[in-house]
Ligand binder design. Structure first.
Ligand SMILES: *[C@@H]1O[C@H](CO)[C@@H](O)[C@H](O)[C@H]1NC(C)=O
Ligand SMILES: *[C@@H]1O[C@H](CO)[C@@H](O)[C@H](O)[C@H]1NC(C)=O
Ligand SMILES: *[C@@H]1O[C@H](CO)[C@@H](O)[C@H](O)[C@H]1NC(C)=O
Ligand SMILES: *[C@@H]1O[C@H](CO)[C@@H](O)[C@H](O)[C@H]1NC(C)=O
Ligand SMILES: *[C@@H]1O[C@H](CO)[C@@H](O)[C@H](O)[C@H]1NC(C)=O
Ligand SMILES: *[C@@H]1O[C@H](CO)[C@@H](O)[C@H](O)[C@H]1NC(C)=O
Ligand SMILES: *[C@@H]1O[C@H](CO)[C@@H](O)[C@H](O)[C@H]1NC(C)=O
Length: 446
């Protein structure tokens, strides 16, 4: 997919000024000695070539968020649109879009635990709630198509780990208790929760964080016939890996925990809008982003899972056969580790993944305001779409309408990463872009 070029003026002085502290600004002014233009603002005054900032197909502004900053999203076969918002202080954590500028709690407001009940403590150690029926903090969504055995289903990943803030404004994330972290299946035919899966503490560790999920619902995939879910555990505390869930039996197990391909990269410093990023959190020393295994996508034939830690430039894959092997096989972990493929660098960090019926693997690229795409045929990561409005693409969802929808949430400007200062400006957005080559939602694994 060769990029198409446009000549838009892409100067973003405001982005820079918002992010930069006054000390930084004065340092830059000193370096520049006032002689040259510091920020590029008006392309019509230069004879030089400039970075157009954009390529790829046209982007539509599909939805605006005005009240809560979103994380996850999913679109149904009939165009119903769902979004998640991690908590914190928000009143609700799962919503349905009702018009261009608003969402409402889904499936109901009362399903959300009150903010005062999100966390508890034991012997001075903070824990998330153990409530297995109410919603605590929902991170990810995925919609599977209707099949002979189940309705079209909205799958909900509740991490059970809210962010709590103490009296000094210092945010932290309490440990999970069994019960709180859960996967819910909601029928989109009757808007009712019809399946709930929780995890033992040996599978979902207290410091686990379920970040995203993909499914293979074909009856032959596991002996139970109920299908399987592949979940990524991004554990900022450093124990990331895969969680595999047999939807027929409810049994779950881990795979590739702390394998190098799942670990965050030590002291990785990405650049957002051209500014090197360090995490500045009240109550903690300055640090670098710590997130492990984050992006996940399954191939349309169900044979391969693609994945990557957030703070890594490498893309990896593992045969699903190695994830499906039950832990009763004494060689399950060693053979899995030996079967990881390093697909090489892709040109930057990535967070959320999505995939289409053509087998392409779309990757959200927050450093580049872009979506890149790995093509298993060419073995290369290629450009798909880039646009200055893509300020942290946090997740993507392919609809049966052949569009890729992405959440834009300005995450690097959030107060928890900026000494308590919120540099985000509403609205957040859902942008959508038509997929190339007639690509659509993967329906082959239903
Ligand atoms: C850019 O510079 C040109 C030439 O000085 C001027 O006519 C134009 O108004 C400027 N545009 C903006 C957006 O400042
Ligand atoms: C969108 O929905 C919200 C919530 O129901 C409502 O308050 C608002 O008036 C609606 N806006 C438009 C333009 O219909
Ligand atoms: C779990 O939370 C839900 C929603 O707040 C509530 O209705 C339910 O009673 C809670 N369950 C327990 C055991 O506290
Ligand atoms: C929940 O966390 C907040 C912030 O640290 C704390 O003030 C509160 O006491 C905690 N709640 C419980 C029930 O432990
Ligand atoms: C769940 O948490 C509540 C409130 O902290 C506690 O009373 C209850 O014993 C816990 N249940 C289990 C099964 O641990
Ligand atoms: C909703 O649909 C699910 C899945 O088909 C079914 O198990 C459940 O009984 C239905 N619930 C209601 C209230 O209709
Ligand atoms: C490695 O993966 C291939 C599929 O790519 C599979 O056929 C093979 O059994 C796996 N090897 C081991 C030792 O698990």
């Amino acid at each position: 997919m060769p990029p198409t070029q446009r000549n838009d003026n892409t100067g973003h002085p405001r982005d820079l000024t918002i992010k930069m502290r006054s000390s930084l600004l004065s340092a830059i002014a000193l370096t520049a000695s006032g002689a040259a233009q510091i920020t590029f603002q008006n392309s019509s005054t230069t004879i030089l070539q400039t970075d157009p900032g954009t390529y790829g197909p046209e982007i539509e502004e599909y939805h605006y968020y005005y009240t809560q900053w979103p994380i996850g999203l999913a679109i149904s076969s009939t165009g119903r649109f769902f979004a998640t918002y991690t908590r914190g202080s928000y009143a609700y954590t799962l919503g349905e879009v009702v018009n261009k500028t608003a969402e409402v709690p889904y499936p109901s407001a009362s399903l959300n635990l009150p903010v005062s009940q999100l966390n508890t403590s034991w012997n001075g150690i903070p824990f998330g709630s153990n409530n297995s029926t109410g919603l605590i903090s929902v991170q990810a969504l995925y919609i599977t198509p209707e099949n002979a055995r189940r309705p079209e289903t909205l799958w909900v990943v509740d991490t059970g780990r809210p962010t709590i803030t103490d009296g000094s404004g210092a945010p932290s994330m309490p440990y999970a208790q069994p019960g709180g972290p859960k996967i819910l299946g909601i029928s989109l035919s009757n808007d009712t929760i019809y399946a709930t899966y929780t995890f033992p503490a040996s599978v979902h560790f207290p410091d686990s964080y379920m970040n995203d999920i993909r499914f293979d619902l074909r009856p032959g995939t596991t002996s139970s016939g109920g299908g399987v879910a592949y979940i990524v555990d991004s554990s900022d505390e450093g124990r990331p890996g895969f969680i595999v869930l047999d939807l027929g039996t409810g049994e779950s197990w881990r795979r590739l925990t702390q394998h190098p391909s799942t670990l965050r990269v030590d002291r990785d410093v990405p650049s957002y809008q051209g500014v090197p990023f360090y995490q500045r959190t009240i109550g903690q020393p300055i640090q670098t982003l710590r997130e492990g295994l984050d992006g996940i996508q399954i191939s349309p034939d169900g044979e391969t899972v693609y994945y990557s830690p957030l703070t890594s430039d490498y893309l990896y894959s593992i045969p699903t056969a190695n994830l499906l092997t039950p832990p009763s096989d004494p060689l399950a972990e060693l053979t899995a580790a030996n079967n990881v493929t390093n697909l090489g660098q892709r040109g930057g960090n990535a967070n959320g993944f999505e995939g289409d019926s053509n087998g392409l693997v779309y990757q959200c690229m927050p450093e580049h305001n872009a979506i890149y795409v790995y093509d298993p045929q060419t073995k290369m990561t290629e450009p798909f779409v880039r646009d200055p409005r893509i300020i942290w693409p946090d997740g993507a969802s392919v609809g049966e309408d052949g569009y890729l929808y992405m959440n834009i949430n300005q995450l690097p400007r959030q107060p928890n990463w900026n000494e308590g200062v919120d540099g985000r400006v509403f609205p957040g957005a859902v942008l959508r872009v038509k997929l190339p080559g007639g690509g659509g939602k993967i329906t082959s694994l239903a």
